[in-house]
Ligand binder design. Structure first.
Ligand code: ATP
Ligand code: MG
Length: 286
């Protein structure tokens, strides 16, 4: 496994692989890896000759009052895990390598970037799209793997790839959970034991929504309210949003009569967790 930190060295490696016509699979991450990340890596390994994982805590996707400085990092552990998975190359640039002094260019996906998480994290998706496009340009992957845990991210990046005619296929992958239902996230490390226990209410609220959909409930407002009531009954939970939206436009739905995304963000102490359920072609995934 190669560990590359500079653009120049990365371009050299990629050029050689392209000459050999090797298919490149790519998994972008911010490190502090867990089974969610590794599920993406395994799928990439299965489908491509060469697998690249980036580890870069992207400052441009953190707001000024957010956790960029304290975001968990453990490169040694990450590298060991990726080596075991048989990854070919880790790209782990410095901030200066990605954004040299005088950096000015950003990518925005209008409208979509301001909804759901974009509402409480202004500029977040502008940062995500910018770094992902840069990484796509550098790595030139045939396929790139993203988790449904970040549903809005998947939807926005698909839009970016379509709108900008990027020659890469976005492959969204299932959301991986702990046994008790909590979605895996690098940020779970911030939770104390009471918050960790309280956070189970997120999965329970999605199960409640699932039950109602299966029972034939179509009124989004009713489902949403029952989720809000359940989450609000947990004293350690503070709701950022609970929304039921169209999977393409992210606009609120009144009725669930086709595809829908039920997405939520909730604070436990200072930790903001997200989770979601997708209802697509009559099938519920969560
Ligand atoms: N539980 C999960 N199941 C599937 N994919 C996941 C999961 N958690 C993260 N991913 C995916 O891994 C990729 C990298 O995500 P990232 O490094 O931000 O990890 P993270 O766990 O989402 O961290 P954080 O919650 O702090 O943002 C993204 O495509 C993300 O959707
Ligand atoms: Mg994340």
């Amino acid at each position: 496994m190669e560990i590359v930190t500079t653009v120049t060295e990365l371009r050299e490696k990629i050029k050689n692989w392209k000459r050999e016509e090797e298919r490149i699979g790519f998994v972008p991450t911010m490190g502090y890896l867990h089974e969610g990340h590794l599920s993406l890596v395994r799928e990439a390994k299965k489908r491509s000759a060469k697998t690249v994982v980036s580890i870069f805590v992207n400052p441009k996707q953190f707001g000024p009052a957010e956790d960029y400085q304290i975001y968990p990092r453990d490169f040694k552990r990450d590298a060991d895990l990726l080596e075991k998975e048989g990854v070919d190359l880790i790209f782990c640039p410095s901030v200066e390598e990605m954004y040299p002094a005088g950096y000015k260019t950003y990518v925005q996906v209008e409208d979509l970037e301001n909804k759901l998480c974009g509402h409480s994290r202004p500029g977040h998706f502008r940062g995500v799209c910018t770094v992902v496009l840069k990484l796509f340009n550098l790595i030139q992957p045939d396929e790139a793997y993203f988790g449904w845990k970040d549903a809005q991210q998947v939807i926005i990046l698909k839009k970016m790839v379509g709108d900008l005619n990027l020659p890469v296929k976005i492959r969204p992958m299932p959301l991986i959970r702990e046994k008790d239902g909590l979605a895996l996230s690098s940020r779970n490390i911030y939770l104390n034991s009471q918050e960790r226990q309280a956070a189970l209410v997120l999965y329970r609220s999605l199960e409640l929504a699932e039950k109602q959909i299966k029972d034939g409930e179509k009124q989004a407002a009713k489902i949403k309210q029952s989720m809000i009531d359940l989450i609000s009954a947990e004293p350690l939970a503070r709701i950022d949003y609970v929304e039921i939206v169209d999977v393409q436009t992210l606009d609120s739905l009144e009725k669930i009569d086709g595809d829908a995304l039920i997405a939520l963000a909730v604070y436990f102490g200072r930790t903001r967790l997200i989770d979601n359920l997708r209802f697509i072609s009559g099938v519920i995934e969560k």
